[in-house]
Design a protein around this ligand. Structure first.
Ligand SMILES: Cc1cc2nc3c(=O)[nH]c(=O)nc-3n(C[C@H](O)[C@H](O)[C@H](O)COP(=O)(O)OP(=O)(O)OC[C@H]3O[C@@H](n4cnc5c(N)ncnc54)[C@H](O)[C@@H]3O)c2cc1C
Length: 340
C-alpha cells in the first residue's frame, strides 16, 4: 500500500515512520527543510505518558513549573512527563529514523491544492500532517474548519540571564485575557536563551496588537533590553475537525485541530495521532483511527475543556482557586489522567 504524508512536523514524521515500520511504502513531502521554521515554545508535556521521552533534542527534564496567577505557585513537575526540547534536533532525528525505516522524504516540496488532489489520486492513502493550515481542508474550499477557534500567539527567542529558571518553565496568567505568557529557557544560564511568547485563547483577533503585548511582557519581566534572535508565532487550532477521515485522507496533529484547548500544547497529540493513523492504515482499518484516538485521549480532552469553560465563565479567580486549593479538582484530574 502506497501512502503519501504531507508535512514533516512531529505528526507527519511519526506517521511516516510508523507506517513504514508496518510494511507500507511511504513518501513524505515537506514544504521547507525538516526542522526549519518551527513555531513552538518547545515544552513537551506528555501528560498521558503515551509518547515517552523524545529520542533526541531533550535540553532538560523540567523539575518545576513556576505558575503565576495572582500569586506565584511552584509546581513540582519531577513526576510529570515534561521536557524542554530543541524541536529542530528532535525532528531531524525523527526524519533520520523514518529514512532508516524506508520512508522517502522530499524536502522543499510544498504541496499546493492542485498537488493534493493528484496525491489523493496517485496514492492509496494520504496522511495530512500539514499543520494548522491543513492543505487537504483548503483543497475542498474549507477555509477554517480547524482554525475558526484558534489561539493567537506571538513568540520571540532572546538572549538574556535565565539562570533563575534552571530546570524550570515559567507561565503567567493575566486578568485581561484568557490565555497566558510563557518563558521557556533553552539555556538557563547567565548568558542564556529563552522562548518568550504570549497566547490569546479567547479574544477577538482584531483587538489584539500582538507585538505590543509581547513588548509589554518583555518589560514586565525586565527583558526589554535583551537581544531578540527571532520572532515566531501563529495560530494554534483549538477546534477538532470531524471526521478525521475525508475520502482516502486522514488528518493528524494540528491539521485535525488536536492541540490542547486549555494551554495549546500539541506535540503529544501530534505524535499520538500520527502513530494511530498509520497503525490503523497498516491494519486495514482506517475507519477505526478516530475512535481509537478518542479512546486514548478523551478524558484529557474533557477535563481541559471543562477547566477552560470555567476559566471563561468565572475569570482568573477560578484559576487562582484551582491552584490555591488543588486537592478539590486539579490533583484528582491529574491522577485520573495518569491512570488512563
Ligand atoms: C507560538 C507557539 C508555541 C507553541 N508552543 C508549544 C509548546 O511549547 N508545546 C507544545 O506541545 N505545543 C506547542 N505549540 C503547538 C505545537 O507547535 C503544534 O501543536 C505542533 O507543532 C503540531 O505538530 P504537527 O506536526 O501537527 O504540525 P506542524 O508542527 O505545524 O508541522 C506541519 C509541517 O507541515 C509542513 N507543511 C505545511 N503545509 C505544507 C504543504 N502544503 N506542503 C508540504 N508541507 C507542508 C510545515 O512546513 C511543517 O513542517 C505551539 C504553537 C505555537 C504557534
Amino acid at each position: 500500500m502506497r501512502v503519501a504524508v504531507v508535512g514533516g512536523g512531529p505528526a507527519g514524521l511519526t506517521a511516516a515512520k510508523t507506517a513504514a515500520d508496518n510494511g507500507l511504502e511511504v513518501t513524505l513531502f515537506e514544504h521547507y527543510r525538516i526542522g526549519e521554521r518551527i513555531n513552538c515554545g518547545e515544552g513537551f508535556f506528555d501528560i498521558l505518558g503515551l509518547c515517552g521521552k523524545p529520542g533526541a533534542g531533550v535540553l532538560f527534564k523540567v523539575q518545576q513549573v513556576l505558575l503565576k496567577v495572582n500569586k506565584l505557585y511552584r509546581i513540582d513537575s519531577t513526576e510529570l512527563n515534561l521536557w524542554m526540547i530543541d524541536r529542530a534536533s528532535w525532528q531531524r532525528y525523527l526524519a533520520e529514523e523514518a529514512c532508516t525505516s524506508g520512508v522517502k522524504i522530499l524536502e522543499e516540496t510544498p504541496i499546493r491544492i492542485q498537488d493534493m488532489k493528484l496525491l489523493q489520486q496517485d496514492f492509496d492513502w494520504v496522511i495530512d500532517a500539514s499543520g494548522v493550515s491543513s492543505i487537504s481542508l483548503k483543497a475542498v474550499n474549507n477555509t477554517g474548519e480547524n482554525r475558526n477557534r484558534a489561539a493567537l500567539t506571538i513568540q520571540c527567542r532572546l538572549e538574556g540571564d535565565f539562570s533563575s529558571l534552571k530546570n524550570s518553565l515559567k507561565a503567567v496568567l493575566e486578568p485581561h485575557y484568557q490565555g497566558y505568557y510563557w518563558i521557556f529557557p533553552k539555556k538557563a544560564s547567565k548568558r542564556g536563551i529563552a522562548n518568550v511568547g504570549i497566547g490569546f485563547f479567547n479574544y477577538p483577533s482584531a483587538k489584539i496588537d500582538l507585538r505590543r503585548e509581547l513588548f509589554r511582557v518583555l518589560q514586565q519581566e525586565n527583558l526589554q533590553n535583551c537581544p531578540i534572535l527571532e520572532y515566531r508565532g501563529g495560530k494554534i487550532p483549538l477546534n477538532r475537525v470531524s471526521p478525521f477521515m475525508r475520502g482516502n485522507t486522514l488528518l493528524v496533529g494540528d491539521a485535525a485541530g488536536l492541540a490542547s484547548s486549555l494551554y495549546g500544547g500539541g506535540l503529544d497529540m501530534a505524535v499520538v495521532s500520527g502513530r494511530l493513523a498509520a497503525l490503523s492504515l497498516a491494519q486495514g482499518k482506517p475507519h477505526a483511527y478516530e475512535q481509537l484516538f478518542w479512546k486514548k485521549v478523551k478524558r484529557k480532552a474533557i477535563i481541559e475543556e471543562k477547566i477552560f469553560n470555567l476559566w471563561e465563565q468565572k475569570g482568573i479567580n477560578f484559576m487562582e482557586t484551582l491552584f490555591r486549593n488543588p486537592v478539590n479538582f486539579l490533583i484528582p484530574s491529574l491522577f485520573s489522567l495518569m491512570s488512563v
